[in-house]
Design a protein around this ligand. Structure first.
Ligand code: AMP
Length: 380
């Protein structure tokens, strides 16, 4: 039984990392009357623009993280890449939610995969790679094509390289800087889906409708929710994510990305112990957004209703769309079902997530077509 008193509006939430997830969390928190203190190396970061207080520093700087903790009633994160050892030290000052132990399990791909194996959860075959000899042993166990992924700090395909049969695997590993890595079998998936859920301090769980994801160049392109899927398979996906959240004793929002195979099998791709790009559709489509849900969970408050009132499609807006200057937003704003979200990033670099559009439409096939049409119009 959790007896920690909940944090009530007026309390300050510390956020480590000032990206777009922190920004949308800050918007939800401030609407509810909470205060936000964010740590980022740039005071003008997306979250900083909506924070009460910004501490400028890097995410591995203990002194800066301690300053945030001293000013906050609870500390949470917008990225899983804050070192767990640092979080342990922060937790001596104020509660960190999710707990540093959750981050320790998630932020290293090898530890995450061992955890999933120990829990008996299905995932791609994998082997650790820490030396040329280990790489050779991994290649003997896992036939190519395969993917070599850095154990830490990778996202959106960064720190990853695909190994083709007959290629020079050692040179490939060197080309990504020879980091401690894992070799993963290439999964012949027919579809990618994700489960977004929230878990409260007392163990209460709320699960959002299953999301279907399409990636382009390793970056999420569209999410459709609910994902059209037979009930049994969908329930299996949701149950798999629930058991993972419980086994981790997670508190907050969590995303579990899954590969769906032709025979209906579901393999865990990766776990994100935070709000997630594929959960952006909840803002507009659901009674409680993933961001408000995260605030509620880390404050020890009751969770909100995760029910969706409409189908939805989310399409990411990547920096490439800014090649010819500011995109013509009137094409988005002219559509009554469209919601535009921009993250306030100052530099629209290629491959950088700059914003997204959520289309609220029960006909999600139509919404997917609209999303493609909008992206084409924004490119011009
Ligand atoms: P990750 O950062 O590991 O989620 O990888 C980003 C994307 O790369 C995934 O969403 C997939 O589209 C693709 N990918 C990653 N790992 C694999 C794999 N083992 N087999 C096939 N595709 C993969």
């Amino acid at each position: 039984m959790n007896r920690t008193p909940p944090l009530v509006p007026g309390a300050t939430l510390g956020v480590l990392g000032g990206g777009q997830l922190g920004r949308m969390m800050a918007l939800a928190a401030r609407r509810m009357g909470f205060r936000i203190c964010v740590l980022d190396r740039d005071a003008r970061c997306p979250t900083g623009q909506f924070a009460d207080d910004v501490v400028v520093g890097t995410l591995d700087d203990l002194a800066s993280a301690r300053t945030v903790a001293e000013r906050s009633a609870v500390v949470t994160l917008d990225t899983e890449h804050v070192p767990a050892e640092l979080l342990e030290q922060v937790a001596a000052i104020c509660p960190v939610r999710p707990a540093p132990s959750v981050l320790a399990t998630i932020q290293d791909r090898a530890v995450q995969k061992r955890f999933l194996d120990a829990q008996g959860r299905p995932q791609a075959r994998w082997a650790p790679v820490g030396s040329p000899a280990e790489l050779e042993a991994a290649l003997a166990a896992i036939p190519r094509p395969a993917i070599l992924k850095a154990r830490r700090a990778g996202y959106d395909g960064k720190g990853q390289i695909r190994l083709e049969p007959g290629g020079d695997a050692l040179a490939a590993w060197r080309s990504i800087g020879e980091p401690p890595a894992v070799l993963e079998a290439l999964v012949p998936f027919v579809r990618e889906v994700s489960v977004i859920l929230a878990r409260a301090m007392d163990g209460e769980l709320r699960v959002y409708p299953l999301a279907e994801n399409v990636h382009r160049r390793h970056i999420l392109h569209t999410t459709r929710a609910p994902a059209p899927m037979p009930d049994e398979r969908r329930d299996r996906a949701l149950a798999l994510a629930r058991t993972i959240a419980v086994a981790l004793d997670h508190v907050g929002v969590m995303a579990v990305e899954l590969f769906e195979l032709a025979d209906g099998a579901l393999l865990v791709n990766e776990i994100a112990p935070r709000t997630h790009n594929s959960g952006h559709y909840t803002y507009g489509a659901c009674a409680t957004t993933q961001f408000e849900q995260h605030v509620r969970a880390v404050c020890g408050l009751p969770l909100g209703d995760a029910r969706a009132f409409t189908g939805a499609v989310m399409v990411n807006l990547i920096g490439d769309l800014w090649a010819n200057g500011e995109p013509p937003w009137q094409h988005v704003l002219a559509r009554p079902e469209a919601r535009l979200h921009l993250y306030g990033k100052l530099l629209p670099a290629p491959g950088r997530k700059m914003g997204h559009v959520v289309l609220l439409d029960d006909d999600t096939d139509r919404a997917l077509a609209t999303a493609e049409d909008l992206v084409a119009r924004l490119q011009t």
